[in-house]
Design a protein around this ligand. Sequence first.
Ligand code: KGT
Length: 274
Amino acid sequence: MKSGHIYVVQMCSGIHPEENLKQLAALLSQQTLKQPALVCLPESWLAFCQTPQQTLAQAQSNDDWIRQIQQLCRDFNIWLAAGTIALTDGQGRYYAASLLFNNEGVEVARYNKIHLFDADVADSAGQYRESTLTRPGDDIVTVDSPFGRLGLSVCYDLRFPGLYQAMREQGAEILLVPSAFTTVTGAAHWKPLLQARAIETQCYVVAAAQVGEHENGRQTYGHSLVVSPWGVCLGEAPAQVGVIHARLDLTDLHAIRQKMPVAAHNRFKSDFYE
Ligand SMILES: O=C(O)CNC(=O)[C@H](CS)NC(=O)CCC(=O)C(=O)O
């Protein structure tokens, strides 16, 4: 039965990729990484920019950063769920892309954030309009790994349970939710949403978060979380930069699914109306 070690890196990313990569390497160096290791990073960890135009410029020039990230996977012998990185669509916009690399630095999956955060929030930023230059993705992504079958999602996606049900139907066992939640919505919704997704799908949920006051003027909630398929929090980060570790064991997951087979009982599957 598959199992492994998950390391969730909570970052306070700034505008400059070089500094963010240094922050990541320093945090990983402080860990004794048990194998096999899956390292999960938050949304926009490589560059948390000030404007969509800055993010677009970043998206058009990050080939070299990606090569450095691939090298980091080999140096630390880790699988890396690389949060999100802005990647150009070649037509003047960018995707919020979540790339998964194996321990040889090979890209094994890519998910483009489907739901974009266009919302008004009672915080110092006030307005979020992610769709300004971001192109939304269309495809649901699940992929096998030494840890189990991973389902990829990003931040605001968390509010749309249909996506997670679809990943469950594709066999997902571990759902990844790299995020940069606002402090206001995070305090109100973050933990219950993550626990609900874990309980409904009977999956592990792993959510790496941005935290603190950022160079771009934004504030984020932190509280990175690992939730078991029973809804129990196996690890929760405080509101500061750092790494949390959890051991995932799919034996428990399959026991939970066997005792309460909600996926088989579900009458609202995607083929319900066919
Ligand atoms: O803009 C960037 O560089 C990084 N992207 C983000 O910070 C995104 C879009 S603005 N944030 C969210 O999705 C927060 C969702 C949230 O807070 C909620 O659902 O309550």
